[in-house]
Structures are given as C-alpha cells and as structure tokens.
Ligand binder design. Structure first.
Ligand code: CU
Length: 453
C-alpha cells in the first residue's frame, strides 16, 4: 500500500465530523444537558488518549480506541529515533528521540480500522506498523494510564521474575543444524537449500511466518574445508524472487548472488545452482541479497564456515596464555537479529527460548558472533573476558581481551572464553531495551552455565 492511498476510515471520519458539527449547532447544549453520557462516550474537549510505545521494531500499546475524539500519545521506548504516521492521511509527528513522548491529535474518528507506522527508512518493513481499531459506540474501553502515573512496580516485579524463571523454555524448531552434503563422483560437496515461509516459534507460544532456509532460523549451518568444491542448489518456494549472497566468502563474481548484476533473479518456483571452490578460510554467512531488508530480518540467513577456527594456541596475550593443547568444550555460532518477524533474538529465538550453554569449570569455549540485524549489539558476557582472535574470519595479529564486543550489522567476531568460575552467568546485548521490557526479560539474552569441576 502506498501512503497516498485513500483511507476510507478518514473519509468517514470527515463525514462523521461534519454531521457531528451540524448536530451540535442544531441541538446546542440541550443535547449535552439532557442526555447522560454513556460509559465510553467521549465528549468533545475530552479526547481518549491512546498510549503507544515505539521501539525496534514494533508499535505497541493501546490499539483499540472508542469512536470520537482521539489523541495518540507515542513514547519512544527504543534506542533510536522514530516517528508516528497515520497511513493514508496527512497526520504525522516529526522524528523524536528515545525517551521522548509526542502527541498526535486525530480529531474525531469513526468506527473502523486504520494503520499507524514509523516511516524512518526501513522501519515499517522491519515491523513498525500496527492496526488501530476504532470500536463502535457502546464498547467498553479502558483508557491506559497517563504518563505521570507510576506503574505498579510490585506487579511488574512478579512478571519480570516469572519471565526470567521460565528460562530455558522449550520451543519448536532449532536453527544452525549442520547440513550434510551429498558427495558427488568428482568429490564436489552438494548442498540443498529450500527457501520458503514456515511457521517459527520465536518464543513460547509466539509463532511467526518466518522466511527460512530448510524451515530453520538461522538456516542450516554449512561447513567445508579450504579446497572443497561446493555446489549449492537453491529452490525458491517463496512468494518473492530471491538470490543468495555468500557474505565474507571468496567466490567468482558470477556466484556473488546479487541480481541483476551477477545473475538473474531466482523467481518464485525456480531453482538456481551456485558453484565455487573454497579458496580461503571464512567465518561467513549466507543470506538473501534481493529484498534483503525484508527477507534477512525475517529469517533468511545462515552461517557458512570454511576451515578451522584460527585459535592462537600457545600465545600469551595480556598475561594470559592460551593452552597449546586447548580442546574446545563448545564452539558456538551466535547469530544476532533485531528486526522483521523474528525480532530481537539470538539464533532465531527470543529469551526465555534462547539456548543455555552448559560447560564445566575450567572449560574453554569459542563463540562466533554474526550480526544479521539492522543495529549494532554490544554482546556482554558476565564474569569472563572474551579473547577476540579473529574479525570477519581474519585472524588478528594482536588478539585482545574485552568483556563487551560491539557487533555491527554484517560483522563477525570470533572469541575465546575460559569459563573458570562456576555459576549461571548471563550473557546479553547491553542495549538494555534489547533485553528488557517493563514486564519481562526478553530478546537477546541467554546464559553460560558453568558447573563445578
Ligand atoms: Cu542489541
């Protein structure tokens, strides 16, 4: 839908407004004085205030309002600038910053529905669009608390605690499952990917229409060695055309997956075969390039690894020596996302459905962070410093320790952790609105659970 499209609710609104004006003139104060107001009738001058909360990337809050005078009061509870626009009308706020609240006076609205959205580029597509229902007269609607009313902190504490104790929660589906190739006669490794929209349980009970490879978010993990010849058959069962870009992987230009420059779009129902030789090690990703702003946040991404982790065995970095005979207890791919139908998530799951990682005191683990989202995420692991030993798969001459690793969209960081202290250590993005709401912990949080040796 384009923003210039006519909006029947607002046409009706104008008629309602005109008729209402005539009625007021004709009946004067007699009508007001003689007729007791029904429970939800909002007299002129006392608009219904619907509080909306804008964040990355959703618009929530009071999505049902009564017919009559309505004001939208939008607070920016996110971490970047947003705006509020009524689709199909001229009503909009300017961009406003995190922590700010703005009002948008709709005037009188008639029963029906209309859409509100944020039109900062990419934000509507990422999920910042909601439908507001205007209930017919006679419907009971609870106005939400005003900005100067403190929330019920005791009740919220209970809800937050409940959400935290629900971890780890079981959900259907698991991403990053290793994809086994068929080995062809000449040794070529043949992988099969099918792109399709499938139901995906992001958090307990919340199923979304995810855009997937092989029904998984992240898509299946592909791992090969330097020198391998690879052939990936991509079947497109999406309603949209697609292509696949091998992010951080050296390929011939014709295999780079950017239609229409390097190939034709793979239309819905069609198949395309990617073929190349793995020339260099890679901590890569594969994802849709065409309509990436829609397809990728909605789930079309996976990890693509060539060769082994370039761990700096035996080296001493800032006084800590990495064992020469180090054996990894876990090698964790952690794919970050923050938009589309998947939303704020680690490996396609939102807390409390994120995966806990269980190790034994003294274990070493490697983590590869991949950011397939639209924002940077500073990933903080409690207690244990993380040794950054490769950036975008390229081994660092000077690895460094840090307890918070900021991962921008498209980036990959390979880190090493020595889990030398027992306990349940939370591990999360440190943009706090990416992990907490007033009533829950959610989104980009998991835990490293270190058991006593
Ligand atoms: Cu974040």
């Amino acid at each position: 839908m384009s923003s210039t499209e006519e909006n029947p609710v607002f046409d009706r609104l104008l008629i309602v407004l005109s008729l209402f004006g005539v009625a007021v003139v004709v009946l004067g104060i007699v009508a007001v004085a003689t007729r007791p107001a029904a429970s939800n009738e909002i007299p002129l001058g006392e608009p219904f205030v619907a509080r909306l909360s804008l964040s990355e990337f959703q618009i929530g809050g009071t999505l049902t309002v009564p017919a009559g005078q309505v004001v939208l009061e939008a607070s920016n509870d996110g971490s970047m600038a947003h705006n509020l626009v009524v689709r199909g009308g001229n009503l909009r706020t300017p961009d406003f910053n995190p922590g700010e609240t703005v009002r948008l006076d709709l005037g009188a609205v008639g029963a029906g529905t209309f859409e509100v959205l944020c039109d900062v580029p990419g934000h509507t597509e990422a999920g910042m669009v909601s439908t507001i229902t205007v209930a017919p007269p006679g419907t009971e609607i609870q106005p939400t608390a005003t900005a100067d009313t403190l929330p019920d902190f005791v009740a919220l504490d209970a809800l937050v605690e409940e959400s935290m104790l629900a971890f780890p929660a079981e959900t259907e589906g698991r991403g990053n499952q290793p994809l086994e190739p068929t080995v062809l006669a000449d040794g070529t490794l043949e992988f099969e990917l099918t792109a399709s929209i499938e139901q995906w349980e992001v958090e307990p009970g919340k199923f979304v229409d995810a855009w997937t490879y092989n029904g998984q978010v992240p898509g299946p993990a592909i791992r090969i060695d330097v020198g391998d010849k690879v052939r990936v058959i991509l079947r497109n069962e999406l309603p949209d055309s697609t292509d696949v870009h091998w992010h951080g992987v050296r390929t011939p230009n014709s295999m780079d997956g950017v239609a229409p420059y390097t190939q034709e779009l793979i239309a819905a129902g069609e198949t395309f075969i990617y073929e190349f030789v793995a020339e260099r090690p890679a901590v890569g990703m594969y994802h849709a390039h065409h309509h990436g702003q829609r397809a990728v946040p909605n789930g079309m991404f996976g990890v693509f690894t060539i060769g082994d982790n370039p761990i700096p065995y035996g080296r001493t970095i800032s006084g800590t020596t990495i064992p020469a005979d180090l054996d990894l207890a876990l090698d964790i791919p952690m794919v970050l996302n923050d938009a589309g139908v998947i939303g704020l998530s680690l490996n396609g799951k939102s807390f409390p459905a994120t995966e806990p990682y269980v190790v034994t005191e003294g274990d070493w683990i490697s983590i590869r962070y991949y950011n397939e989202g639209l924002q940077s995420h500073p990933m903080h692991l409690h207690q244990f410093p993380q040794l950054v030993y490769a950036k975008d798969g390229i081994p660092l001459d000077s690895p460094y320790w840090a307890d918070t690793i900021n991962v921008a969209p498209g980036e990959r960081y390979s880190v090493l952790v020595n889990a030398d202290d027992p306990g349940t250590w939370v591990w999360h993005c440190h943009i706090l609105t990416h992990v907490e709401r007033d009533d829950a912990m959610f989104g980009m949080v998991t835990a490293l659970i270190v058991q006593e040796a």
